[in-house]
Design a protein around this ligand. Structure first.
Ligand code: PXL
Length: 286
């Protein structure tokens, strides 16, 4: 079984970051270690929150893992609590990356044209240093505009997305994925560009409702799929389909869970979809 470590906060309530990554990656069949960056009472889109920064634990935990000979097939980072922590995590990636370690960075720091409340305007530059060390980065258009300095737009042509992807690759990552891209009303999806010039896109239904934490559900599913041997395009498509199912489950539940999407009841379907896709990849007779 593959082992990954996910590096992000524990938001005790809010259905995001580690409370989403752990169940999804485990259900998809990989061991999920955690390196918590902070403990928050709830995520920062609530009207108020407590936050205990765990930066001082990163060094001793990493040293202990080195001492015990722990290695990772994947490193997946999400919400980081401070600029200083971005520097620490960039160092962690360098220290724990081996030849075949896959590093996925979700620069979770902004949405809808704005940085999250805990960050100031020079945070994206620190996050860019984490992106530089990634095989795959998964920004939304807001995050990508902060990372590249390009203006944030809600309506755009294909050329805007292509330029954004090219500028993201200039950060140094292997493949730049843009999430939340829409060229047609009613369709929403992802587009990627890799260093060989390969472009890929996948679109699905644009749900009217949106929920916090769907980016974390998406990134966790992408990582879980990659760890099981799906191609990047297959993992992105699986993750996009799963997020739509989670949003529909949340909207359909009639419960006031505004702060996060209901992924729990959809996990059995995710496992089914993953197994179907893995089976399709197995050549009969092999
Ligand atoms: O889902 C992203 C996220 C993760 N962690 C914390 C957040 C957010 C988004 O607001 O506040 C603490």
């Amino acid at each position: 079984m593959k082992r990954i470590v996910t590096i992000q906060d524990i938001s005790c309530i809010g259905c995001c970051s580690i409370t989403v990554a752990l169940p999804i990656i485990s259900a998809m069949g990989s061991e999920c270690g955690i390196l918590p960056t902070a403990v928050l009472s709830n995520h920062t889109m609530f009207s108020d929150f407590t936050c205990a920064d765990l930066s001082d634990q990163i060094e001793p935990i990493s040293d202990m893992w080195k001492k015990q000979g722990i290695t990772f097939d994947g490193i997946y980072t999400g919400y980081l609590a401070s600029k200083q922590q971005c520097v620490q995590i960039a160092g962690f990636i360098e220290r724990f990356s081996e030849k075949d370690t896959l590093t996925v960075v979700d620069p979770a720091m902004a949405d809808n044209g704005k940085l999250y409340p805990a960050f100031d305007s020079d945070f994206p530059m620190a996050m860019a240093e984490v992106c530089r060390r990634a095989d795959v980065i998964l920004p939304n258009i807001t995050e990508a505009s902060f990372l590249t300095g390009m203006p944030y737009r809600t309506t755009y042509e294909k050329a805007y997305i292509r330029e954004m992807l090219e500028r993201l690759l200039e950060l140094g990552c292997g493949t730049a994925v843009l999430t939340g891209v829409s060229f047609d009303p009613g369709r929403l999806g992802v587009v990627y560009l890799d260093r060989d010039g390969k472009e890929f896109s996948y679109f699905t239904k644009h749900c009217e409702q949106s929920y916090h934490g769907t980016g974390d559900i998406f990134a966790s599913t992408v990582t879980g799929g990659l760890m099981r041997g799906l191609e990047l395009g297959e993992s992105l498509a699986l993750a996009a389909d799963f997020v739509v199912d989670c949003i529909e489950a949340t909207t359909g539940s009639g419960e006031p869970r505004w702060y996060g999407a209901e992924f729990e009841t959809v996990i059995p379907k995710l496992c089914q979809m993953l197994n179907d896709r893995l089976k399709e990849k197995t050549v009969p007779g092999e």
